[in-house]
Design a protein around this ligand. Structure first.
Ligand code: ARG
Length: 463
């Protein structure tokens, strides 16, 4: 039985239309409509080029241009009727163009295929996400610089194994994240520069016999150049994978910081107070103020890294060139991008709003024998002990203090001397946390002076 509803775009070869299930698995319009603006921009560039090369007439190109603008305004105005039977955004736009301008619409697809079309649209969309990530990262870095500058000399405990290690400054801790997000920023910029080549004109896979001008369309769409191999152009999705992997690393950094904020805002730590604007309450426990934004940011790495793995798996076994598997690239990237931007914005807001509790930080900085290394260093510097011996002497003093239930600066000089006869009262100078952080003047160290240098270097970089 002949089904007269066979597809308008390729019905010539088909006697019957698709099964409803075929249509359901095949269609991407429910999600690729997010690339409508990119699709229309690509078509406009292509039509203008076809006319410039006398492949279509100027009047057809003008009709196409006008018609595409009408389609775009229908889409933006929410009056466009998307059809699942028309499968994807490319065919939805072209079919509507045909309804509006008639015959010239059929000339738009000359020297082009949906394969280079979708690669172009998707690249344009992902390129915007690199830019959005850059904007989000810059805002977050600036918020962190604000915190670092305010608290360049506020002491707090530095941890290893989440055990008190040595005192550091609040500014230094904030600047550690500035370095991480700064590398995320440079990863985004590197990948954006690498991906900015135009697939348009690669056609289905082999290029085209029409005398097209790929430089012209590349330039019109803001690409640096046309991609140099048509097979690669239509089947490459590594630009999306680079976005996802840079996004995953960035989400991992966000997650680590979020975890610290969750710990720091707890009643047991009280290192920071998160603003009401970025906290939630409990429906049963009236005292609660929960760091939900931080927890959700901590969790976002799951879906973002998941998208990265999913697309890698989609691509890994595909022979050249295009296969329909590649239609599975978009939803993952859309979701990951949306969530990365949201997480960056939420983190920026939290950082801007949060206040460090200077007293709690200082109290914690001085506990847990945090200046034991300073004591050992003093024994090396002043008494000339080998570091290993100094380590041993200091260890015995820590054990003594622990037994007495006090901290290192609370030991008497007599008690100090019991561990090593050469110790003098000067030793107490290095046991204070302020002295400890001030002494760490090595490049990249935690001394406030070093932190301030890094803050001004970064301000110069990010404005
Ligand atoms: N909807 C398709 C996608 O997202 C467009 C390309 C279709 N190309 C093809 N030869 N069937 O990948």
């Amino acid at each position: 039985m002949t089904d007269t509803t066979s597809n308008k775009m390729w019905g010539g070869r088909f006697a019957a239309g698709p099964d409803a299930i075929m249509e359901a698995i095949n269609a991407s319009i429910s999600f690729d409509q997010r690339m409508a603006a990119q699709d229309i921009a690509g078509s406009r560039a292509h039509a203008a080029m076809l006319a410039a090369r006398n492949i279509i007439s100027n009047s057809d190109a003008e009709a196409i241009r006008e018609g595409l603008l009408t389609v775009l305004s229908e889409i933006e105005g929410g009056t466009f009727n998307y059809s699942t039977a028309l499968e994807d955004i490319h065919m939805n736009v072209e079919a509507r163009l045909k309804e509006i301008i008639g015959e010239p619409a059929g000339r738009l697809h000359t020297g082009r295929s949906r394969n280079d079309q979708v690669a172009t649209d998707f690249k344009l969309w992902v390129r915007d996400q690199f830019d959005a990530a850059e904007t989000g990262l810059l805002a977050l870095i600036k918020a962190l610089l604000g915190q670092a500058e305010a608290g360049a000399d506020w002491v707090m405990p530095g941890f290893t194994h989440l055990q008190t290690a040595q005192p550091v400054t609040w500014g230094h801790h904030m600047m550690a994240y500035v370095e991480m997000f700064g590398r995320d920023l440079s990863r985004m910029r590197d990948a954006r520069a690498r991906m900015n080549e135009s697939p348009l004109g690669a056609a289905a896979l082999a290029g085209t016999s029409f005398p097209i001008d790929r430089e012209m369309t590349a330039q019109a769409l803001g690409f640096d150049r046309p991609s140099a191999n048509s097979l690669d152009a239509v089947s490459d999705r590594d630009f999306a994978l680079e976005f996802l992997s840079a996004a995953s690393i960035c989400a991992m950094h966000l997650s680590r910081f979020a975890e610290e904020l969750v710990i720091w805002s707890s009643a047991q730590f009280r290192f920071v107070t998160l603003s009401d604007r970025f906290s939630t309450g409990s429906s049963i426990m009236p005292q609660k103020k929960n760091p939900d934004a931080a927890e959700l940011i901590r969790a976002k790495i799951g879906r973002i890294m998941g998208a990265n793995v999913a697309l890698m798996m989609v691509m890994k076994g595909l022979p050249l060139a295009y296969s329909k598997d590649m239609q599975e690239d978009k939803e993952q990237v859309f979701d990951a991008a949306d969530n990365l931007m949201l997480a960056l914005a939420a983190m920026e807001g939290m950082v801007r709003d949060m206040s460090a509790n200077r007293d709690s930080l200082a109290a914690a900085a001085g506990s847990g024998f945090s200046t034991a290394t300073d004591l050992a260093d003093w024994l090396v510097r002043v008494l000339g002990l080998p570091f290993r011996d100094a380590h041993h002497v200091t260890g015995s003093l820590v054990a003594l203090a622990e037994k007495q239930g006090c901290d290192l600066p609370d030991l008497t000089l007599e008690q100090m001397k019991s561990a090593h006869g050469g110790i003098t009262a000067d030793v107490f100078d290095v046991l204070g946390v302020e002295n400890s952080v001030n002494s760490r003047m090595s490049y990249g160290g935690t001394a406030p002076e070093q932190v301030r240098k890094q803050v001004s270097r970064w301000k110069g970089l990010v404005g």
